[in-house]
Design a protein around this ligand. Structure first.
Ligand SMILES: NC(=O)c1ccc[n+]([C@@H]2O[C@H](COP(=O)([O-])OP(=O)(O)OC[C@H]3O[C@@H](n4cnc5c(N)ncnc54)[C@H](O)[C@@H]3O)[C@@H](O)[C@H]2O)c1
Ligand SMILES: O=C[C@H](O)CS(=O)(=O)O
Length: 482
């Protein structure tokens, strides 16, 4: 990996403002080749305790600064992320596998949360409440919630971190982070730049470990942690939420998805195909907001299948560093096995492959982008998140049928639909049980909008004017004797 700044590739963890090693390390592998690319410290709950203690101390000085002073540091971090976009993207593609163009896009997307919340921090307003008694005055303050713990997934190794660190630091909090064991190098590179930007020692720690359970156990039980923010599977989210009960920590959860992508007969078919490709195959289908189920109205079903099949057949599979690659490798063999299990189940129940349908000739973790037609609600994909490059196409007859099928899941993160009738757009948008609804678009992610789910897809919102709310507490002042 050729870097302009080789020092951004760190094989040390960042704990309490110090770069530390450990007797035990674990290897990070390139998912495209399986080759080891780095070794990082395999830290323990004791190391996480040290990070939390340092955060508790560092936060006192940081919270005492003005929001404007904090914003100046965050802005410098934002500028450094953009200045080193190529290096950060190279590190991300090496450890996560996504095509370099997507990785560069994620750096810009991830940095945007730092820029956004540097400004939002200046708008954390309290209230002067119209009093209920002449001799009293009622006020509210918003104060930083405290030391925050963050646990993040491998599929967006930068953006899922900055979407938490941005609001936390802007609000005056400190943060200890456990990145995914598959992709810690991006997190460590962010810490290098945060230190360079002037973030005080101890305010942000990156604790690398292969023992997520032990480190997570410390974060969810340590009384100095006021709140955790988790992004990952619903299964782990439920576990962490339970573990936080012992110390009544606040939780923000960005969990699994099962996004329906509905195409009505009045849709622009070419736009719908483009949107389906963008939503389904971004990051090789490994995003929580990927279209997981495509629903197409009877009258246009065959035409849509034909056009999507043609578009998918044109997608280029390859190693993320190669130019023009659309689809990189899946993260590991487990991910590949899940894709194959969902495909096999669909075929056993009568579905038909119209594009792809097998591991790619490149071998390893590469899988052909696949279209499956003739899907029915009894198949596993209807209720389970595939997290891979499978585009399963179901039929529906009318609006009521589409909405019933789309809502028949315990997930509620993102949904998409293509239609042009104004009444239909309003009826369907209001009836879908999801936190995010894309209308005539397959891409919904931006720092300015509230990102989050309902049902078992999570709690809270990240980004937008709402994203900082989870990092402050409201204090009510009752002033008497006036
Ligand atoms: N809603 C979102 O914004 C969002 C974003 C990305 C991924 N996801 C979801 O995450 C899943 C895939 O990502 P993943 O495989 O990394 O998820 P995962 O839940 O397996 O892992 C996520 C993080 O949790 C950690 N973890 C795992 N078990 C733990 C435990 N017992 N205690 C503490 N930490 C633990 C992992 O080390 C990792 O850092 C999918 O379901 C996807 O939909 C959701
Ligand atoms: O995987 C889930 C991420 O939140 C995807 S996005 O980059 O925010 O759309």
């Amino acid at each position: 990996m050729l870097l302009n700044r080789p020092d951004l590739l760190r094989e040390q963890a960042y704990v309490g403002g110090e770069w530390v090693g450990a007797d035990r390390t674990f290897a990070i592998h390139d998912p495209a080749t399986g080759a080891p690319i780095a070794n990082v410290p395999d830290l323990t709950a004791q190391d996480m305790r040290r990070a939390i203690d340092a955060a508790d101390v560092a936060m006192k000085g940081w919270a005492a600064k003005t929001a404007k002073e904090r914003a100046l540091v965050l802005r410098r971090w934002f500028d450094l992320m953009l200045a080193h976009q190529d290096d950060l993207a190279a590190i991300m593609t090496a450890e996560q596998g996504k095509p370099l163009a997507e990785a560069k896009g994620e750096i810009v997307y991830g940095a945007s949360f730092i820029e956004w919340f540097a400004e939002e921090g200046k708008r954390v307003y309290g209230d002067v409440v119209p009093t209920h008694a002449a001799d009293r005055r009622i006020l509210t303050l918003k104060q930083p919630i405290g030391v925050c713990g963050a646990i993040t997934p491998w599929n967006f190794p930068v953006a899922m971190i900055t979407r938490k660190a941005g609001p936390a630091l802007a609000a005056g909090c400190a943060m200890v982070l456990k990145p995914a064991e598959q992709t810690p190098l991006s997190a460590l590179a962010l810490a290098v730049l945060a230190e360079e930007a002037g973030l005080p020692a101890g305010l942000l720690s990156v604790v690398t470990t292969s023992d997520a359970k032990a480190i997570g156990g410390e974060i969810t039980s340590n009384p100095r942690i006021a709140k955790i923010s988790f992004t990952g599977s619903t299964e782990v989210g439920k576990l962490l939420m339970t573990q936080c009960a012992g110390t009544v920590k606040k939780v923000s959860l960005e969990l699994g998805g099962n996004a329906p992508f509905i195409v009505f007969d009045d849709a622009d078919l070419d736009e719908a195909v483009k949107g389906a490709i963008a939503s389904k195959f971004r990051n090789a289908g490994q995003t929580c907001v990927c279209a997981n189920r495509l629903y197409v109205q009877d009258a246009i079903y065959e035409r849509f299948v034909e056009r999507l099949t043609q578009a998918v057949a044109a997608l280029h599979v390859g190693i993320g560093t190669e130019p023009g690659v659309d689809i990189g490798p899946l993260i590991d063999d487990d991910a590949l096995s899940k894709v194959e299990a969902h495909l096999a189940d669909a075929l056993e129940h009568g579905a038909k492959v119209t594009a792809g349908g097998a591991r790619h000739e490149l071998g390893g973790n590469f899988f052909q982008p696949t279209v499956i037609a003739g899907m029915t609600p009894d198949m596993r994909i209807a209720t389970e998140e595939t997290f891979g490059p499978l585009a399963p196409i179901f039929r529906f007859s009318d609006e009521a049928d589409a909405i019933a099928q789309a809502n028949a899941t315990r997930f509620g993160l993102a949904a998409y639909f293509y239609a042009r009738d104004l009444g239909r757009v309003w009826r369907v948008a209001e009836a879908l049980e999801y936190g995010i609804v894309g209308i005539n678009t397959g891409i919904i992610s931006t720092e300015v909008a509230p990102f989050g789910g309902v049902k078992e897809s999570g709690i809270g919102r990240e980004g937008s004017r709402y994203g900082i709310d989870d990092y402050v507490e409201i204090k009510y002042l009752a002033m008497a004797g006036i």
